[in-house]
Design a protein around this ligand. Structure first.
Ligand code: SF4
Length: 292
């Protein structure tokens, strides 16, 4: 962890002594580990997804809906042994899968555990991430992850700089999506419709940035076979009270025009109802399931 260069920020922090640009230190830090019903139906199913929310974030978007954990690193430090126990506790609770939410900054600590326990856990591993993953990070995850549940936020590097403070989001994410697809292949579902393998791409339509959303769809159609992935188009943005932009809610026109374009282009997947604009989809980051 000395001079960490794990993620594309490559900030070089000595995490044994200080937190990196992602807010992570030397320990695994979690904000919540519980069954979660608010992912896409093929992830949450009827019993819930075993969601493990990690603290910190390599991207830290201004408008983040999980601000307390991504920017303020709210959470509890745990040992690798406790992390392993948590995975089995979620399995015992009936989780359809294990859903690692924003785990990038903790990869080096959790990958050996996941690799060792994968067969015994016998559940799909869902890697729920920002799209800002380097080649090295995806190589670490090779053979561990079954489903990439990944954001594709911007098709334009300048917008990534403006809203997420990184100069190369569009380029990094496009390369990462290709690598994720090569690693897990086309979407596959079990007889109950639960996703077992594949890439499910989320795109949150941001107020005032409709053209970015249309460009995101175009880029996806150019770099992937859209019939072999699934899209989850989201309208749920709610101003977080901290960021200056976007400072308003999405309009009906903005969302419908992007949704209609996605449909015409042949994307399959999920189109969130326009009425989903509220904070109810953000769980309380109260440490549930983290400590014994
Ligand atoms: S994972 Fe965190 S500490 Fe490591 S390079 Fe990225 S931002 Fe810096």
């Amino acid at each position: 962890m000395k001079a960490c260069r794990l993620c594309p920020r490559r900030c070089g922090a000595d995490r044994s002594a200080a937190r990196g640009a992602c807010g992570a230190g030397a320990e695994i830090r979690l904000a919540r580990a519980a069954l979660h019903m608010w992912e896409e139906p093929c992830i949450s199913g009827t019993r819930g997804s075993g969601a493990v929310f990690f603290s910190g974030c390599t991207l830290r978007c201004a408008y983040c809906q999980n601000y307390d954990i991504s920017h303020r690193s709210q959470g509890v430090d745990i040992s690798p042994e406790r992390f392993c126990e948590i995975l089995y506790e979620l399995k015992a609770q009936g989780a359809h899968n294990l859903n690692l939410v924003t785990a990038d900054q903790h990869l080096e600590a959790i990958v050996p555990i996941l690799r060792r326990e994968k067969d015994a856990l016998a559940l799909p591993i869902v890697y729920n991430c920002s799209g800002y993953e380097s080649e090295e990070m995806l190589r670490l995850l090779d053979g561990i992850v079954d489903v990439y549940l990944v954001d594709f936020k911007y098709a334009d590097n300048a917008l990534g700089q403006r809203l997420s403070g990184v100069p190369d989001y569009a380029d990094v994410a496009a390369a990462a999506l290709g690598a994720m697809y090569r690693a897990v292949g086309a979407c596959r579902f079990d007889s109950a419709g639960m996703m077992e393998k594949g890439v499910l791409i989320r795109h949150l339509v941001l107020p005032g940035f409709r053209k970015n959303s249309l460009a995101v769809l175009k880029t996806l159609s150019e770099i992937l076979l859209i019939e072999e992935i699934r899209l989850s188009l989201m309208s749920q943005f709610t101003p977080n009270g901290v960021a200056k932009e976007p400072g308003r809610r999405l309009t009906h026109f903005e969302y419908e025009s992007v949704a209609s374009c996605a449909e015409k282009m042949g994307f399959l997947g999920y189109f969130q109802a326009f009425s989903s604009q509220n904070a109810a989809y953000t769980p309380p980051f109260d440490g549930k399931g983290v400590t014994k």
